[in-house]
Write a protein that binds this ligand. Structure first.
Ligand SMILES: *Cc1c(COP(=O)(O)O)cnc(C)c1O
Length: 296
């Protein structure tokens, strides 16, 4: 299937122009890397004659929304186990509209996903297990294809990481093609060193891998005023939407590294915009801080 993910050049402040791979444009709901990850997962489900996708996520999970939208479009039933007590939000509304069944699960029981799947679906032969975030070997394969689509060879490719699956795919793509490109990974959660080990499980050859673990801003889905200020300024000056959970931390890292002269001068840089813009729907209060309104 043809997908739309062009490369755009952006210029921000006094920094050199960088290329952005617009995976966010693939689809608003089956967004960015989640489309890449689901591609071979859905093929596998179809090959095994499974018609019911069962997956897992937090209440703002981009993966859950992507699975719900893909299920609706390609004719699957879908169920998600949602971590924590029952809540209502914009992401879950979209999931429900796409016909996904939501099953809220307390944090303790959520930990054992295989057990949940077995408990609820041992009699449903059509049920197909998809791990949280879509993390899987199929997902790595799907993400490696990003490298095949690039119009030129870059010195650096930057991406955000939650599970590291996307980064593993990019690294695999570069290794398979024998490119000199270095893969720079920005974990969005605290203690991001573990992500390097996750990447290694899928792609052991990691000479071209660089981790930047200091840009988590307090942890997963956490923000600080400096990140929000950067995000507002960046969006207004480039026209490129980014979200506070993943891509704002990614772009902040790039400009911070550039300002500190930690990147080679004149390096050709490609950034993967991995989508996830529906995440903007959460945390609205951060963008409507009254003191900031008065100051502008
Ligand atoms: C899920 C997500 C990621 C994290 O991808 P991993 O493969 O889990 O590392 C990055 N960016 C966006 C926008 C996402 O939605």
């Amino acid at each position: 299937m043809h997908i739309y993910s062009p490369v755009h050049i952006i210029q921000y402040e006094g920094f050199p122009a960088i290329s952005v791979k617009r995976d966010d444009l693939i689809d608003p709901y089956i967004s960015g890397n989640k489309w890449r990850k689901l591609k071979y997962i859905l093929q596998d489900a179809a090959a095994k004659r499974k018609s019911h996708l069962v997956t897992f996520g937090g209440a703002y999970s981009n993966h859950m929304l992507a699975t719900a939208a893909a299920a609706a479009r390609f004719g699957y039933k879908a169920t998600a186990f949602v971590r924590g007590e029952e809540v209502e939000n914009e992401m879950l509304l979209l999931c429900k509209l796409f016909g996904m069944k939501l099953q809220f699960i307390d944090r303790e029981h959520y930990l054992d996903k295989k057990a949940l799947f077995d408990n609820y679906f041992k009699n449903d032969l059509s049920a197909y297990f998809i791990d949280e975030g879509g993390a899987s070997e199929q997902a790595v394969r799907g993400c490696a294809e990003i490298i095949d689509e690039l119009p030129e060879t870059y010195d650096y490719i930057f991406c955000a990481a939650g599970t590291g699956t996307t980064a593993a795919g990019l690294l695999r793509g570069v290794n398979q093609k024998g490119l000199d490109t270095l893969i720079h990974v920005v974990p969005v959660l605290k203690g991001g060193q573990f992500i390097e080990r996750e990447i290694e499980k899928y792609e052991p050859e990691k000479n071209r891998l660089f981790m930047h673990t200091d840009y988590h801003f307090g942890g997963y889905a956490k923000t600080q005023p400096v990140l929000i200020a950067f995000m507002k300024d960046f969006i207004a000056k480039t026209g490129l939407l980014i979200d506070q959970v993943y891509t704002a931390k990614l772009f902040y890292a790039i400009y911070d590294l550039a300002a500190k002269k930690r990147l080679k001068e004149h390096a050709k840089i490609m950034v993967l915009h991995s989508g996830g813009l529906m995440g903007l729907l959460g945390h609205k209060e951060k963008f409507f801080n009254p003191t900031e309104v008065i100051n502008t």
